[in-house]
Design a protein around this ligand. Structure first.
Ligand code: TYD
Length: 202
């Protein structure tokens, strides 16, 4: 049985990745793949409890990074690794690139510390494909639903998101073989068309 593919969706808050994720999973399923969609932080019962803390409790920056990786360890053990081993495809709404972008870029935590945690938690696994939904900050801010309460990350200032976006783009140029940058300023249908072609090529 061939190992499944591991695909991650990334981008700053408001970039529009989550809607496309659901549609992309449907496209792959229509092509006969067994697809599991999941998210970080979260994806397991314990991970979802950690997500609650991460999104709403004030904490030290290193606690935040450690909890992201703790949730990820559980996610890998319970969901991601077994699914890939069965030959299923896994699409995750965020993974380790988000920690580099948010805790590293946005909050300025030393990249070496994050690299050490990555090496500990998943030394041999990287996504096969990472779709980076990229939009300028003003577009992303305008898309955040004003009617709901913003979480700890969404409440951050513009320079935090500029730095987060810059780190995402830096990683995309560091790992061009797995990253694909999706210009998410375009209308939904246009982005969907691009994803349709991509799904057909996988
Ligand atoms: P998000 O994925 O945007 O979910 P929703 O669409 O429900 O708001 O929310 C998760 C938040 O967690 C997002 O602001 C980014 C942040 N995050 C990190 O800071 N580091 C990480 O490693 C991960 C996975 C997420």
């Amino acid at each position: 049985m061939a190992r499944g593919k591991f695909i991650t969706f990334e981008g700053i808050d408001g970039a529009g990745k989550s809607t496309h994720l659901t549609r992309f999973a449907e496209l792959l399923a229509a092509r006969g793949r067994t697809v599991i969609t999941t998210r970080e932080p979260g994806g397991t019962a314990l991970g979802e409890k950690l997500r609650e803390l991460l999104l709403h409790e004030t904490m030290h920056l290193e606690t935040e990074a450690l909890l992201m990786f703790a949730a990820r360890r559980e996610h890998l053990a319970q969901i991601i690794e077994p699914a890939l081993g069965r030959g299923d495809w896994v699409i995750s709404d965020r993974f380790t690139d988000a920690t580099f972008a948010y805790q590293g870029g946005g909050r300025k935590l030393d990249r070496q510390k994050l690299a050490a945690l990555e090496q500990w938690v998943h030394p041999h696994l990287q996504p096969d494909l990472t779709l980076l939904f990229d939009v300028p900050l003003d577009v992303a801010r305008a898309r955040l639903d004003a009617s709901r309460e913003l979480d700890r990350f969404e409440q951050e200032k513009a320079d935090f998101f500029e730095a987060t976006r810059a780190e995402y783009l830096r990683r995309a140029s560091e790992f061009p073989e797995r990253f694909r940058i999706i210009d998410s300023t375009r209308p939904f249908a246009e982005v969907h068309d691009e994803l349709k072609k991509l799904a057909a090529s996988l």
